[in-house]
Design a protein around this ligand. Structure first.
Ligand code: NDP
Length: 488
């Protein structure tokens, strides 16, 4: 805990002012590339701070709703331009704060710009339907109306894109927002909020508050003036959010984990499959909810796929993501690092064979960071913990399958159902996969981890709950439908 005197302190943004917390306490945001480097200080806010933030959003909601979609969209265009002007600084902060390489951080920030422009345009698209009435003298229609005050709780793995893909639709559809970022990436999040500030949003429309998940996150879900909660993060916390939100009778949306499979059939283009598996599994150090974590291979091509995979994995350069030529950064935090190490030990103890990696990287470049080599296990049985539980790190499990049907059964044999991919050149195989796979994102001859901002995003089973995020689908969560009947 530090006192609140340092200029690197990122305050709360409430009613368009950056304000100090009642606690006057802050925590350090540490770089995972070098634990001696402090990226910034984050306030440990209190329930009183939270109440101010929610009250601000509550006071602002009527005027914001009445402003109109087109006008609300205009603000988002301005935010997009400001984010674009600050792209390099924000991306660099992201790399320092959570370790993603600079090219990936720039790509994510550019995605944030594109999402803002998409939802800015949404302000000019239709927000209802005309439905024929049995009464020929009446007009019947639907109109979408905002929820009110939405609480946004985000993780650290996409500290720009995830907050924006929640905040932008919330705002354009007429809600005001209280945003609580992940503590691990709160400095980056504060810089995103600065872009909204510079766009001149009316007071109280977007409020930002840092602090622990148990106090501020839980407090947000339980606050009586919150009308909806959108959450991305772990399954455990997601369950708590769901219980609290449903007991209050408010709308909620959860994006949780994945254990995403890639199936390689005997007729697949193996070079393309290897490239996609490496990208899906190891980019962002495997810390994507859509990251590839199980590779299920038909036995005829198992050995040749494995050989090619190792050869390409050996080329991965791990290090400080700000340096040119580095392809994979560290785990985002000490706790994530410990989780990954724990699962590597679990895999060995369960009897899987460590085919590649599995070591902590040491030496001058690595000793102060949380670096782990890309790791490949083989002889993994589908019921092992490393094939069932989300690791959220650069670790994959290779599983051999007798045929496509068995491969799909293995792929479906987890509680998750976020993303799944197949590499095949056989049309019948890909059609069977599309029908049988239990996943919200189904990818053919493409890595498991790609998403497009204009399409619905979300999973099946324990991976998601509630309406889909992104694209036009986002309006299902952020609005309610009024059915209007007008008698002439
Ligand atoms: P958490 O679920 O703990 O954190 C996600 C967000 O929820 C953060 O803003 C966190 O705040 C907040 N939070 C924590 N506790 C509560 C609570 N009781 N009520 C409301 N909000 C709360 O995820 P972790 O960061 O700890 O990551 C743990 C695991 O979760 C990962 O290893 C991975 O398996 C999974 N995960 C999945 C993600 C996905 O994209 N689906 C993203 C990130 C993680 P604070 O940061 O202050 O704790």
């Amino acid at each position: 805990m530090q006192t609140l005197t340092n200029e690197l302190v990122f305050k709360n943004f409430i009613n368009n002012k950056w304000v100090k917390s009642y606690s006057k306490e802050v925590s350090k945001s540490i770089s995972p590339m070098n634990k001696d480097e402090v990226v910034g200080y984050i306030q440990n806010s209190t329930k009183e701070d939270l109440d101010q933030a929610v009250q601000a959003a509550y006071q602002a909601k009527k005027a914001w709703r009445k402003l109109g979609e087109v006008q609300r969209g205009q603000y988002l265009y301005k935010v997009a331009n400001i984010l674009e002007e600050n792209l390099n600084d924000i991306a660099e902060t992201m790399t320092k704060e959570m370790g993603k390489t600079l090219p990936e951080a720039k790509g994510e920030t550019a995605r944030g710009v594109a999402i803002l422009r998409y939802y800015a345009g949404e302000g000019m698209r239709k927000n209802g339907d005309v439905i024929p009435s049995t009464d020929k003298d009446a007009l019947m229609l639907t109109k979408r109306t905002p929820l009110g005050v939405v609480g946004v709780i985000t993780p650290w793995n996409f500290p720009v894109a995830i907050p924006i893909w929640k905040i932008a639709p919330a705002l354009v559809y007429g809600n005001t927002v209280v945003f609580k970022p992940a503590t691990e990436a709160a400095v980056t999040a504060a810089k995103v909020v600065e872009c909204f500030e510079k766009a001149g949003l009316p007071e109280g429309v977007l409020n930002f508050i840092t602090g622990s998940g148990s106090v501020i996150g839980q407090g947000l879900v339980n606050h009586p003036l919150i009308d909806g909660i959108t959450f991305t993060g772990s399954e455990t916390v997601g369950q708590t959010v769901a219980n609290s939100a449903s007991s209050r009778g408010i709308k909620y949306q959860l994006e949780l984990g994945g254990k995403n499979p890639v199936i390689i059939t005997k007729d697949a283009n193996l070079d393309e499959a290897v490239e996609a598996v490496i990208s899906g599994a190891f980019r962002s150090t495997g810390q994507k909810c859509t990251a590839t974590s199980r590779v299920i291979i038909e036995e005829e091509v198992y050995d040749s796929f494995k050989e090619k995979l190792i050869k390409e994995t050996e080329k991965i350069t791990v290090g400080n993501g700000l340096k040119e030529g580095v392809w994979m950064g560290p785990c985002a935090s000490e706790s994530q690092f410990n989780t990954v190490k724990k699962y590597i030990e679990i895999g060995k103890a369960e009897g899987a064979t460590l085919l590649y990696g599995g070591e902590i990287l040491t030496g001058e470049e690595y000793d102060k960071g949380y670096y782990i080599k890309p790791t490949i296990f083989e002889k993994v049985k589908p019921d092992m913990r490393i094939a069932q539980e989300e690791i959220f790190g650069p670790v994959i499990a290779l599983i051999k399958a007798e045929n496509l049907e068995k491969a799909i059964d293995i792929a479906n044999d987890t509680k998750y159902g976020l993303s799944a991919s197949i590499f095949t050149t056989n049309v019948a195989s890909l059609l069977e996969f599309i029908d049988e796979i239990e996943a919200g994102l189904v990818r053919i001859n493409a890595e498991s981890a790609g998403v497009e901002l204009q399409a619905p995003f979300g999973g099946m089973k324990s991976s998601s709950f509630g309406p889909r995020e992104q694209g036009e689908a986002a309006k299902e969560f952020y609005t309610s439908i009024k059915t209007i009947f007008i008698k002439g």
